[in-house]
Design a protein around this ligand. Structure first.
Ligand SMILES: [Zn+2]
Length: 426
């Protein structure tokens, strides 16, 4: 028997085949909604629960203005030059961390202003209607957490950007206050960010010739058209990352952790309290050989990092406690997401997929499905989720027992100006 491998998060860049529409006639939003309604209300297979587990991905947040890793045809389109940082690089290299946190410092503004969209609120409503108990998401933007904090419950497969976590003591801190600390430690960057926002750097893809010249540093012009990646960082070529400073874990700073050999691991800081490379440790191009204490990372599963066993088990339990799987706005490109769909398939759960572009392994998921069935046995439509989920809620609401549900649309106010994210949607 093979050894159990850690479940790593890794990028996957293959292009998937164009999907087949199931049922065959579900080519319009209204036909797709009818098929999904049949899917959600069909009796579960014998021995399985009647509720639906939902699995979401980056496409769900596109309508909130966040970038998708993939384009509408499933191609890797966000930014050809984009290479996410790997966990081992982050741990080993002070320079890599400076670069990461500088990019994250700039990207946080966009992410922090973004709000859940109608798809997230439709899932809240499906939860209140009793159809969905759990949403498993690969997204790290916390939109599910905001839109439906209680019902349906959310398993954040790849963690969340709303907190940082210490790689030594595992204490978590709010990302908001961390941002304030980054601004305090990097006043020039903070000024740079304020000017970039004022200059509309988050709004335009290309500098326009008629735009007023940046008032200060010439590098500001390079910031126009900042792209925020799905993990909340931005691309900024040639920026002086090496000047960036970031704080250590406050707990480890005050209470030096003890190494396995019994020695205290002192967290070094500079005169302003920024994390500093311990004096007896040299930094090479590939980073340090030793694990330095008190390093904070975003509370996301970085590429190359293992998903914690508790999260892995929670996601598996959510699949095991449901009778069908609804996959929304993800190509299932990451193994950690694909294996959950495979698990559902192996349990005999009907599967519905709403996604623009192909989905990893979907030919297998739908192999034996009759194209003329109503949708009760499975659905595959290539549409944006915001075109089908709100009308699906309306459809199911008509079927709900009286008094079982009160539609609450008050939280949908406050959607941000979509122009802010124009560049990311192009
Ligand atoms: Zn710590």
């Amino acid at each position: 028997m093979a050894a159990r491998k850690p479940l790593l998060r890794i990028p996957y860049t293959d292009v998937f085949a164009a999907p087949r529409t199931i049922p065959r006639h579900a080519t319009t939003p209204s036909a797709a909604v009818a098929a999904l309604s049949a899917f959600m209300t069909a009796p579960p297979p014998p021995g399985l629960p009647s509720s639906t587990v939902v699995l979401t991905g980056a496409g769900l947040s596109v309508a909130s203005g966040l970038a998708d890793y993939r384009g509408e045809n499933g191609t890797y389109r966000v930014n050809k030059a984009y290479r996410p940082i790997y966990f081992h690089e982050f741990l080993a290299s002070h320079e890599a961390r400076k670069r990461y946190w500088a990019r994250s410092f700039l990207g946080w503004t966009t992410l922090h202003k973004a709000m859940p969209n109608t798809s997230h609120y439709a899932l809240r409503d499906l939860g209140h209607l009793g159809y969905v108990h759990t949403v498993i998401t690969q997204n790290v933007d916390s939109f599910h957490h905001v839109a439906h904090p209680d019902i349906p419950s959310t398993v954040e497969l790849h963690g969340y950007l709303r907190a940082t976590v210490c790689t030594t003591c595992y204490n978590e801190y709010p990302r908001d206050t961390f941002q304030d600390e980054l601004a305090r430690l990097n006043p020039v960057w903070a000024e740079f960010l304020a000017e970039a926002i004022e200059a509309g750097a988050f709004e335009t893809e290309q500098p326009t010739t008629g735009a007023p010249a940046p008032r200060t540093r010439s590098s500001l012009s390079a910031m126009r058209g900042i792209r925020t990646n799905p993990d909340g960082d931005v691309d900024l070529p040639n920026a002086p990352y090496t000047t960036f400073r970031y704080p250590p874990c406050a707990h480890c700073l005050a209470n030096p952790p003890v190494a396995e050999d019994g020695t205290k691991m002192i967290v070094e800081v500079d005169s302003d309290g920024a994390w500093a490379l311990p004096k007896n440790i040299s930094q090479t191009d590939s980073g340090t050989k030793v694990r330095c204490p008190g390093i904070l990372k975003p509370a996301v599963i970085m590429f190359g990092e293992s998903i914690s066993p508790s999260v892995k088990h929670a996601a598996e339990a959510a699949v095991d406690e449901a009778g069908r799987l609804l996959v929304l706005a993800t190509s299932l490109a990451t193994y950690s997401a694909w294996r959950l769909a495979k698990r559902a398939k192996d349990r005999g759960m009907p599967i519905a997929v709403v996604n623009m572009g192909g989905v990893r392994g979907e030919d297998v998921f739908f192999a034996e499905l009759d194209d003329s069935q109503s949708g009760a046995d499975g659905v595959r439509v290539e549409m944006p989720t915001d075109a089908v989920l709100p009308p699906l809620v309306d459809e199911l609401h008509k079927l709900a027992p009286a008094g079982a549900y009160q539609k609450n649309s008050g939280l949908e106010a406050g959607v941000v100006d979509p122009a802010l994210f124009r560049d990311m949607l192009s």
